[in-house]
Design a binder for this molecule. Structure first.
Ligand SMILES: C[S@@+](CC[C@H](N)C(=O)[O-])C[C@H]1O[C@@H](n2cnc3c(N)ncnc32)[C@H](O)[C@@H]1O
Length: 221
């Protein structure tokens, strides 16, 4: 069995062990002692289908990455950003066809070009409640910079409220909806979807269309 086969088929206990050592390396950044359960992964990929272009933030040991691929997303349509070098290495071995980048998720706009078009979903396993307000604002600004007008940001939280504050949601003209609860995750997890309001989405589409036709006009001049 090759190294990558061993990692792709890694049993849950092995992933738990890897994850626990990752937590020991940096408890604040990892934010949980156990990896997400498959039920959190399933909720986080709500709406994702074959052909969706996805950026995953904070891949850890890959439970959510696996759920994204099982939803039918092609590895070429997925970019995973993971800040911890050990987890990034593990993910690359487990999913050799996926573009795993060892980078800060806050800078996701720098990696969106690796996908062949606008991003349909940003799926986050980040411990967002531990981020400063400034980090959260920069992250969310960049999320909505890369998302298609109808795109969605999906994030879990260990408390029954969205990890993006109401003030920040208002500033982004976005709203959060609870998709579901995974009661048997440790600790129980609440999964939220954040989308821009319909008016904001219409404005964004218009802007994109205008920029595209300006580009076409410039090229044909
Ligand atoms: C709660 S864990 C979720 C892991 C994953 N869902 C799993 O089940 O293995 C949070 C993950 O986010 C990563 N992380 C934290 N801050 C990050 C950042 N700024 N950029 C990228 N990854 C980050 C951590 O290293 C960790 O892998």
């Amino acid at each position: 069995m090759s190294d990558s086969d061993r990692h792709r088929d890694a049993p849950r206990w092995y992933q738990h062990g890897k994850f626990f050592f990752g937590w020991l390396r940096n408890p604040r950044r990892v934010g949980a002692v156990f990896p997400s359960s498959p039920s959190v992964g399933k909720l986080l990929v709500t709406g994702v289908r074959p052909g969706s272009r996805v950026i995953e933030l904070g891949g850890g040991t890959g439970t959510v990455t696996q759920a994204i691929l099982e939803a039918g997303v092609s590895p070429k349509d997925l970019v995973v950003l993971e800040k911890d070098q050990g987890f990034a290495k593990f993910l690359r071995r487990r999913f050799p066809d996926v573009n795993v980048v060892n980078a800060d998720a806050v800078n996701l706009d720098q990696y969106a070009d690796a996908l062949s078009g606008p991003v349909d979903f940003v799926i986050s396993g980040l411990p967002l409640l531990l981020f400063s307000n400034d980090e959260k604002k920069r992250l969310l600004d960049n999320v909505f910079k890369v998302l298609a007008p109808t795109g969605r940001f999906q994030q879990f939280s260990y408390v029954a409220r969205c990890a993006v504050s109401t003030t920040l949601l208002r500033a982004l003209s976005a709203r959060a909806t609870l998709i579901g609860v995974a009661p048997f995750n440790v600790p129980p997890a609440f999964v939220f979807r954040v989308r821009r309001s319909a008016a904001e989405r219409r404005g964004q589409s218009l802007l994109r269309r205008t920029l595209r036709s300006l580009g076409r006009a410039k090229r044909s001049a």
